[in-house]
Design a protein around this ligand. Structure first.
Ligand code: HSE
Length: 311
């Protein structure tokens, strides 16, 4: 038995929902933007090979890789004696704001669960994904693992029985994402935020997020765009992302409807309902925000499928 699993890139926060909203990404050119994990049987023990464009940015010792650690944990918890050989194809840059660690963890745990006949149900697996991703990003927040695993736009609920719930998205929106090429540590970007916020900011945050969710259910794009604002993180992170503020201004002039930081950056996202405007935005970003040969940009829709087998 062998299998391969794909886990899509994701945008944490989606601007308006710090730690509470996230969405999975699907480039409209049909390419798969996310990590892949394969498992085949082996005589004994657990081994990991790492390949792919961004493999050399990971720890050289496979035992320090989170995918290997997921596998060890899984086998120990379930007392599995069988041998397995894993391969991680690392297609997302580390510290990019595209849910790179979530993609590896989700692909690994989903693949292990499939390989060993689904011992974990969806919610238990999601909690496990959050726990392992939290070891890399510095704290447990599900806004990358949840959409990466389940697809679409996910709102974090974090109740006893349900980690998140899917909310409707706008089918005609294009999400232009641009990764400039530098790496930023999520843990460090989290430290830039204040420990406490003014009451007025708390109210504005709640109003924006609840109005965005309300507008998503009503499919009221105008309302959704008018509240797609980040009062929680962007004011404290923007200046640490080289070129971000300039790009935001330029994208606004090009007619993009809203621009924000994807996760903790440095990737930015920008929304429009016009493919022509999305293409103009991508061209601007490629010339002015993305470092040639290192960074990249994509015009995306949301990935409704989430993590899946592709073997
Ligand atoms: N919600 C997280 C943050 C996403 O903004 O820090 C990054 O993993």
């Amino acid at each position: 038995m062998s299998l391969t699993v794909y886990a899509p890139a994701s945008m944490g926060n989606v601007g308006v929902g710090y730690d509470l909203l996230g969405a999975a990404l699907a480039p409209i050119d049909g390419s798969l933007l996310g990590d892949r994990v394969s498992i085949v049987s082996s005589p004994a023990g657990v081994s990991l090979d790492v390949e792919g464009k961004w493999a050399d940015k990971l720890p050289p010792n496979p035992e320090e890789n989170i995918v290997y650690q997921c596998a060890l944990f899984f086998m120990e918890q379930l007392n599995i004696q069988q041998g397995i050989a894993l391969t991680l194809e690392k297609n997302l840059p580390v510290g990019s704001g595209l849910g790179s660690s979530a993609s590896s963890v989700v692909a690994a745990l989903y693949a292990l669960n499939e390989y060993f006949d689904t011992p974990y149900d969806e919610q238990a697996l999601l909690r496990l994904m959050g726990k392992f991703e939290g070891q890399i990003s510095g704290s447990v927040h599900y806004d990358n693992v949840a959409p990466c695993y389940l697809g679409g736009m996910q709102l974090m609920l974090d109740t006893e029985h349900k980690v998140c719930g899917s909310i409707p998205s706008f089918e005609n929106w294009y999400w232009v994402v641009a990764y400039p090429g530098i790496s930023l540590s999520t843990a460090k970007m989290r430290k830039l935020l204040p420990a406490e916020y003014d009451k007025s900011v708390a109210i504005e945050f709640a109003r924006n997020l609840s109005a965005f969710v309300h507008a998503s259910y009503r499919q009221d794009a105008e309302l959704a765009i008018s509240v797609l604002k980040d009062v929680m993180a962007e004011p404290y992170r923007a200046s640490s992302i080289p070129g971000y503020e300039l790009a935001r201004e330029a994208l606004d002039k090009l007619g993009m409807l809203s621009t924000g930081i994807s996760g903790s950056g440095p990737t930015l996202f920008s929304v429009t309902d016009s493919l022509e405007t999305a293409e103009a935005a991508q061209a601007w970003l490629d010339s002015n925000y993305v470092e040639h040969g290192v960074g990249f940009s994509h015009i995306c829709k949301l990935d409704a499928l989430g993590t899946r087998r592709i073997d």
